[in-house]
Ligand binder design. Structure first.
Ligand SMILES: NC(=O)c1ccc[n+]([C@@H]2O[C@H](COP(=O)([O-])OP(=O)(O)OC[C@H]3O[C@@H](n4cnc5c(N)ncnc54)[C@H](OP(=O)(O)O)[C@@H]3O)[C@@H](O)[C@H]2O)c1
Length: 333
């Protein structure tokens, strides 16, 4: 293994964010994972991105969540992450869980989108090249494709494991019935589904009804994305839209139109509950997602080290009173 320029903190595991087993597997995930959808592309601050990656790893955040299309332009998050891995973390690959996905539009023509074997395998090969890796730890089908038989999509995932290009596989945003079939097919293929990744936050909790219980029933883990509802669940938008924020950027996925006066009223009330608990709203939102162990990890996106530190501090208080849960439930609905 080549020598890395970067020496991580010796306390990274003794003072870490802690780990939860992913479903019934033997793989432990950090309670907080770092997502590279935004903030790691060519349009973003490369220096801060590097600082965040080091800070994360120094605090035992071992899981980095990517996809073929992350970053602006698409693919740049994997490319930039690959460069940082090579320059800084080359000695630490075995301490990391690196995930990527394919399923959304990535390149022109009929083979750059969806769930076909042609797309998924071509895309994983591209991702490995961009990240300069021999394998990823988790490869996901990023979304269900109604135009491709599930046997084909799941078969491609299973073959990637059998070829050693992925250690585990997962699904993301699958409708319940299709998730059920996917679990069955993957199991029959001898490559059980490690994990289900879906949107989960105080503002989006529909998946509590079926998606999370079904994952548990099938021995798969569950990991929550956008636990801060892209930043809405923080104090950031209480007094308007700050210039440096996801909603202000033309390339961000949070639209100004999503920040309605009704939403801001709810955010203010939630902010007050958080303050009474001695937490920031972002901290309370993460603690809320992690209050039960069925959520194995939350994937946060951060635009600064300061936010990442704030989020890690959420772990100081993960318990809620019934009264708090009821009030949060009313405001999140
Ligand atoms: N499977 C899928 O289809 C899918 C879809 C979406 C996301 N994901 C994964 O989930 C990850 C997280 O998604 P997300 O970025 O939407 O997550 P998020 O954590 O809900 O939102 C991240 C944004 O919240 C703000 N933020 C974070 N910490 C904060 C703090 N302590 N105080 C104030 N604001 C804070 C930042 O906004 P500013 O930039 O405004 O500072 C940051 O960019 C992605 O990177 C990706 O890996 C997967």
């Amino acid at each position: 293994m080549s020598h890395s320029k970067y020496k991580p903190s010796d306390e990274r595991y003794s003072q870490s964010v802690g780990y939860r087993y992913c479903g019934k597997s033997g793989l432990q995930l950090p309670t907080i994972s770092l997502g590279l959808w935004h903030n790691f592309g060519d349009v973003d601050d490369a220096e801060e991105a590097e600082k965040m990656l080091k800070f994360a790893f120094d605090h035992g955040i071992t899981h980095f969540d990517l996809a073929n299309n992350y970053g602006t332009p698409a693919g740049s998050a994997e490319k930039n992450f690959g460069k940082m891995l090579k320059d800084l973390f080359s000695s630490y690959r075995d301490e990391m869980i690196i995930s990527t996905k394919a399923g959304h539009a990535m390149w022109d023509g009929p083979y750059g989108d969806g769930g076909s074997r042609k797309y998924l395998i071509g895309s994983l090969n591209q991702s490995l090249k961009r990240m300069k890796l021999d394998y990823v730890d988790i490869f996901y089908s990023h979304r269900y494709d109604p135009n491709t038989p599930l046997e084909e999509t799941m078969g491609a995932l299973s073959d990637m494991v059998k070829q050693g290009k992925a250690l585990y596989v997962g699904i993301s945003k699958y409708p319940t019935e299709k998730a059920k079939e996917a679990y069955r097919i993957l199991k029959e293929n001898g490559t059980p589904c490690l994990i289900n990744q879906d949107r989960y936050s105080i503002f989006t909790r529909e998946i509590e009804k079926e998606v999370i219980p079904l994952a548990k029933e099938n021995g798969a883990g569950f990991i929550a994305f956008s636990p801060l509802s892209q930043g809405l669940l923080s104090d950031k938008y209480i007094n308007g839209i700050p210039e440096k924020s996801r909603a202000a950027h033309s390339y961000g996925f949070l639209q100004k139109s999503q920040i309605t006066p009704e939403k801001v009223e709810k955010i203010k009330a939630l902010n007050e509950i958080a303050a009474n608990r001695g937490q920031s709203l972002a901290q309370m939102a993460l603690a809320w997602c992690l209050r039960s162990e069925v959520v194995n990890s939350v994937i946060v996106g951060t635009s600064s080290v300061k936010q990442l530190q704030d989020n890690i501090n959420a772990l100081e208080n993960l318990s809620f009173t019934d009264d708090e849960l009821w009030k949060i439930g009313e405001l999140g609905a």
